[in-house]
Design a protein around this ligand. Structure first.
Ligand SMILES: *Cc1c(COP(=O)(O)O)cnc(C)c1O
Length: 309
């Protein structure tokens, strides 16, 4: 059992005049507090993958991601903690100096294997994967974002840790793996809301259905839906409105959101509350999936400071 990180993560109630006006009870599942390095849903998705790698006596994890990837950051940190080596297949050419995400990964001992953007598109092809496994023997392959059945399994525990009754649970989506795990763990009558961090997020509905089905459950009873209108221009794009929301949220509630995922979900929920999308008396749980390591990278890239005092 890989228990390098203590769970459960805290469940925190938020207070706001808006919730009172709308008759809502709002809680945040603080997976961002799980660990400073291996934070949020990336740990949930890695846990059983690491256990599987150890069970198969693999000496390293080989995985995939972009240069600012929360998944690469978490994989590097988790592997270092459990004594596994790690290899990252990184999309695009090497850029020096390394950005803060890759610098951290390299410091943890992760080997960075760069591939062109066109080669990266072959990451799900067996021949491409086999060539990598030949180059790095003894590797256990984890797909980009930890998007496999073991990743789904770990994410069920987000819901299993919430002991109080609730009606709806909201989470930001990239691959939909976290949403699939959450949906699988819900009780009858509960519903999961996914918020796509990508433009054209409608495809996520099928991805989630496939991941749910891979766990052997029927997908005829869809207990989730995907909100596709809160992508703010697409993956890793931000707007002044989103940044203003993050700053206002921090002032009111005292903790930070990341601009790629969680800020878009929280913004979306606030917008839906404003539009009376939730009946009075609804209890909502919002999952803070972490991702705060990515703040630094985005600040470097955009030359701005999200949380300047
Ligand atoms: C990766 C990530 C997500 C998306 O998770 P999926 O399982 O790929 O949908 C959401 N929030 C944060 C902070 C992430 O890093």
């Amino acid at each position: 059992m890989v228990d390098i990180i203590a769970t459960p993560s805290p469940l925190q109630e938020l207070k706001s005049p808006l919730f009172e006006r709308k008759g809502l009870s709002v809680w945040v599942k603080r997976d961002d507090l799980l660990h400073p390095v291996v934070s949020g849903n990336k740990w949930r998705k890695l846990k059983y993958n690491i256990q599987e790698a150890q069970g198969r006596a693999c000496s390293r994890i080989l995985t995939f991601g972009g240069a600012y990837s929360n998944h690469l950051h978490a994989t590097a940190g988790a592997c270092a903690k459990v004594g596994l080596s790690s290899v990252a297949v990184v999309r695009g050419e090497e850029t020096l100096p390394l950005n803060s995400t890759l610098r951290f990964a390299a410091e943890q001992g992760m080997h960075l294997h760069y591939v062109s953007r066109s080669d990266y598109r072959m990451r799900y092809e067996e021949s491409f994967q086999q060539a990598l496994l030949d180059e790095y023997p003894g590797s256990y392959l984890v797909p980009e974002g930890g998007a496999n059945a073991d990743g789904v399994r770990g994410c069920k525990e987000i819901v299993e840790e919430v002991s109080m009754p609730f009606d709806k649970i909201a989470v930001a989506c990239g691959t939909g793996t976290t949403l699939a795990g959450i949906a699988l763990a819900l009780n009858p009558g509960q519903q999961a809301l996914g918020f796509s961090a990508l433009k054209n997020g409608a495809f996520l509905d099928d991805e989630v259905a496939a991941l749910v089905a891979s766990e052997g459950l029927s997908t005829t009873q869809r207990n989730w839906n995907i909100q596709t209108n809160y992508h703010f221009g697409g993956y890793a794009r931000v707007t002044p409105e989103l940044i203003a929301f993050m700053q206002q949220f921090y002032k009111e509630h005292g903790f930070k959101l990341d601009p790629v995922y969680t800020a878009k979900m929280f913004y979306g929920v606030w917008d839906m509350m404003g539009n009376d999308a939730f009946a009075r008396g609804t209890t909502l749980v919002l999952v803070h999936t972490g991702g705060l390591q990515g703040l630094k990278g985005m600040e470097e890239r955009l030359g701005l400071n999200f949380y300047a005092e």
